[in-house]
Design a binder for this molecule. Structure first.
Ligand SMILES: NC(=O)c1ccc[n+]([C@@H]2O[C@H](COP(=O)([O-])OP(=O)(O)OC[C@H]3O[C@@H](n4cnc5c(N)ncnc54)[C@H](O)[C@@H]3O)[C@@H](O)[C@H]2O)c1
Length: 306
């Protein structure tokens, strides 16, 4: 059994990962400043370091005796990054370098970094492969991409094993309902429960590779434990699907209001997961409709079956 540190472990994805690592019998530490994370997301049995990773000195103790770090902490919001380019750069880039540096100093063996499919921007073809040129359309996308590059530098120069996993739109239990980043499903659920029309930005043909959080958790654990990676690899951690917002609102049912497309949003995304399969044995398990049905059910909403 190992000792793992999850930065951002009070957040949506981090708390799901903590739950699974504890279930597997590992020792789990959480580093979080609760800027978007929630105390009620903390899993019992974890050790909390309530610190801000923009402060290297303050975070150093959390890394002592740790075998691996999942760096999930970030301010994951495109609009926030456009409104606050300096603050978001400090958190998403300097924060990442601080975490890598703390790993180097504490001789942590491996870091799995939460990267983002937003790095792809607009691509001429789908699905998106990691060998395609990147096209970050927002400060957030650029910040997350820069994090990948720093991970590669730390693998190359400082002997810290690193892997970056590009997530596509993640959904599931403990999805954010307040704060800077609220996923589209949360808006739809809120609007549906309030009897309001669902608001779609653009013409609804925007597509996403919606990925259940349990599959992202699986990818993280495989990336942490696989002997085949650790040299700064970048891998997609999506479900491999291509679902339009029009398809999603149909499953919710009810009226829809179309609003102008939002600046910085990516029009289409879909992961090519063949390399992830090959290198770490990743296989997404939750089909989109099954995952959405479960999420809607937990809010008392019955999915419209076709
Ligand atoms: N949710 C998605 O669809 C998605 C898609 C692509 C990438 N990602 C990436 O996955 C990671 C996790 O995302 P999430 O959806 O769980 O977001 P989240 O907002 O729920 O979690 C982020 C966590 O980081 C913590 N944090 C932020 N700044 C911090 C700081 N300075 N010091 C310490 N802790 C800090 C927050 O309090 C929060 O608990 C992020 O790195 C994000 O960029 C998420």
């Amino acid at each position: 059994m190992s000792t793992y540190l999850i930065t951002g472990g009070a957040g949506f994805i981090g708390s799901n990962l903590a739950e699974e690592l504890l279930r597997q019998g590992h020792t789990v530490r959480i580093l979080d400043n609760f800027s978007t994370g929630k105390r009620e997301h903390l899993q019992s049995g974890t050790q909390l370091f309530e610190v801000d990773f923009t402060n290297l000195e303050a975070i150093k103790p959390a890394f002592q005796g740790v075998d691996g770090v999942f760096h999930m902490g970030a301010l994951p919001s495109v609009p926030f990054s456009i409104e606050h380019p300096i603050e978001s750069t400090k958190i998403n880039i300097l924060g990442t370098v601080n975490v890598l540096e703390a790993c180097r100093l504490a001789k942590v063996k491996r870091v799995v970094y939460s990267a983002s499919s937003s790095a792809y921007g607009i691509q001429p073809e789908l699905p998106q492969r990691v060998d395609m040129p990147t096209d970050p359309l927002s400060p957030y996308a650029l910040q997350k991409l820069t994090g990948e590059k720093f991970c590669q530098q730390y693998a190359k120069h400082f002997g810290v094993e690193t892997i970056s996993l590009r997530y596509f739109n993640v959904y599931g239990p403990r999805m954010n309902d307040t704060g800077a980043y609220v996923p589209v499903f949360t808006f739809f659920i809120r609007q549906k429960l309030a009897g309001q029309p669902l608001t779609v930005f653009g013409d609804g043909e925007t597509s996403r590779d919606f990925t259940h959080v349990s599959d992202v958790v699986q990818a993280n654990i495989l990336a942490m434990q696989s002997p085949n990676v650790g040299h700064g690899e970048v891998l997609n951690a999506g479900a491999g699907g291509n679902i339009t917002l029009n398809q999603v609102v149909k499953l919710f049912g009810g009226p829809v209001q179309y609003l102008p497309f939002r600046e910085g949003d990516v029009p289409r995304s879909q992961a090519d997961i063949s390399l992830t399969r090959k290198l770490i044995g990743y296989e997404p398990k939750i089909a989109f409709k099954d995952g959405l049905r479960e999420v809607l059910k937990s809010h008392g909403i019955v999915m419209i079956e076709e």
